[in-house]
Design a protein around this ligand. Structure first.
Ligand code: UDP
Ligand code: MG
Length: 314
C-alpha cells in the first residue's frame, strides 16, 4: 500500500461521499491507496454514508466507528494506527483541504528523499479578524514558551513518511495536541502555503470557546512555563514590597509622615489573593492531567472496525 488518507469525521454526512469522489478522481490509478475514515461519534447520518461508501469501494476504504465523540485528535490517532501506507496524509472531510494538494505532497516526498513530512500552512485566512489575531498571539506565546517551534498557521493537513507516523504513534499520551506532537518528534518538515477552501457543507465544530480550550491544551501539553510564572511574579512582588518597605521607613523616620493605608491594604490583599488563586489554578491544571494520565485511559474507544477488502482475498 502506497498511500493512506486519514480522515476524522464529525457530522459530515453531506461531505464524505464528495470527499471520497474527489480523492478517486485525483488519484485515478496512479498508485495504490486507502482512505481511513474515522466516525467520531457523529450525530447525523455520517456512519451510514460511510458504510454505503465501503460497500461500493471496499478495496479502498477502512472505517472506524467511535463509541462517542472523542475529538479530532483522537480521530487522527485512531486513523494513523490503522493506516498502512508508506505515505500517510491527515486531511479533513469537509473539502477545505483539497485531495489534489495532498497528492502533490506525496509527489514532493517521492522526489525529495531527505524530507520526511510536507505540511500545509495557511498564509491567507478566510476567517474572522478577531480569531485570526488571537491565533497569531497564541503562536507568538507558544513559540516563546516552548522549546519546540511552531509554524504559525500550520494545520494538521500534512503528509508524512511511515517513519514519522511511527514516531507520532509512539506518543500515546491522553491529552493530545497534534500540532505540538508533530513538531516534537522532529524530522524534516517542508511547509507549503495553502488557502483553505470554503467548507462544502455542514458547519465548523470549532466555537471560540473550543478554540480557547484547544490553545490552553497546547500550552499545558508542551511547556511548563506557566508554572514558572509563579516564581517570576512572586520574585517581582517580593522585590517590590521590599522597596516599598524602604520608602515607608524613610518617610516615617526622616519626615514623620504617617501613611493612611486602608485602601492600599485592601487592594493589595485582593491583588495578591487573586494572583495566588490563578497560580493554584494553573498548578491544578497540570495535576489534573497527571491524574487523568495516571488512570491510563485509552485515547478513544472504537465499537466497530470495518476492514478494507484486500484484492487477494476476493
Ligand atoms: N472533527 C472530528 N471530531 C470533532 C470535531 C471535528 O473528527 O470533534 C473533524 C471534522 O469532521 C473535520 C475536521 O475534524 O473533518 C476539521 O473540523 P472542522 O472543519 O470543524 O474544523 P475547521 O476546519 O473549522 O478548523
Ligand atoms: Mg473544516
Amino acid at each position: 500500500m502506497k498511500w493512506s488518507l486519514v480522515v476524522p469525521c464529525y457530522n459530515e454526512e453531506a461531505n464524505v461521499r464528495a470527499f471520497f469522489t474527489a480523492c478517486r478522481e485525483a488519484i485515478g490509478d496512479r498508485m495504490s491507496y486507502e482512505v481511513v475514515f474515522v466516525n467520531d461519534g457523529s450525530r447525523d447520518n455520517t456512519w451510514n454514508e460511510l458504510k454505503a461508501l465501503h460497500e461500493e469501494y471496499p478495496e479502498h476504504i477502512k472505517l472506524i466507528n467511535f463509541s462517542r465523540n472523542f475529538g479530532k485528535e483522537a480521530g487522527m490517532y485512531a486513523g494513523l494506527q490503522r493506516a498502512e501506507g508508506d505515505y500517510v496524509t491527515v486531511i479533513d472531510a469537509d473539502m477545505q483541504q483539497r485531495p489534489e494538494i495532498a497528492l502533490q505532497m506525496v509527489d514532493f516526498l517521492e522526489v525529495n528523499r531527505d524530507i520526511d513530512c510536507v505540511a500545509a500552512y495557511q498564509d491567507a485566512r478566510r476567517e474572522n479578524k478577531f480569531i485570526a489575531a488571537c491565533k497569531k498571539l497564541f503562536y507568538k506565546f507558544i513559540d516563546f514558551a516552548c522549546e519546540i517551534s511552531f509554524k504559525a498557521g500550520a494545520s494538521d493537513f500534512r503528509t508524512m513518511r511511515r517513519e514519522m507516523v511511527k514516531a507520532v504513534l509512539a506518543m500515546s499520551e491522553y491529552h493530545r495536541f497534534s500540532k505540538g506532537i508533530f513538531s516534537w518528534v522532529g524530522f524534516n518538515t517542508h511547509y507549503v502555503p495553502y488557502t483553505a477552501e470554503q467548507r462544502q457543507a455542514g458547519k465548523t465544530s470549532w466555537s471560540f470557546k473550543k478554540l480557547c480550550k484547544y490553545a490552553f491544551e497546547g500550552v499545558i501539553s508542551f511547556t511548563t512555563f506557566p508554572l514558572r510564572i509563579a516564581t517570576i511574579v512572586g520574585a517581582l512582588m517580593s522585590l517590590g514590597s521590599l522597596l516599598y518597605m524602604l520608602v515607608v521607613v524613610v518617610q516615617k523616620l526622616a519626615f514623620g509622615i504617617d501613611l493612611p493605608g486602608y485602601a492600599t491594604i485592601v487592594v493589595l490583599i485582593l491583588l495578591i489573593g487573586g494572583l495566588q488563586m490563578i497560580m493554584l489554578g494553573i498548578i491544578g491544571e497540570y495535576i489534573a492531567r497527571i491524574y487523568i494520565q495516571g488512570k491510563h485511559r485509552p485515547v478513544y474507544i472504537a465499537k466497530e472496525y470495518v476492514a478494507r477488502k484486500t484484492e487477494e482475498k476476493e
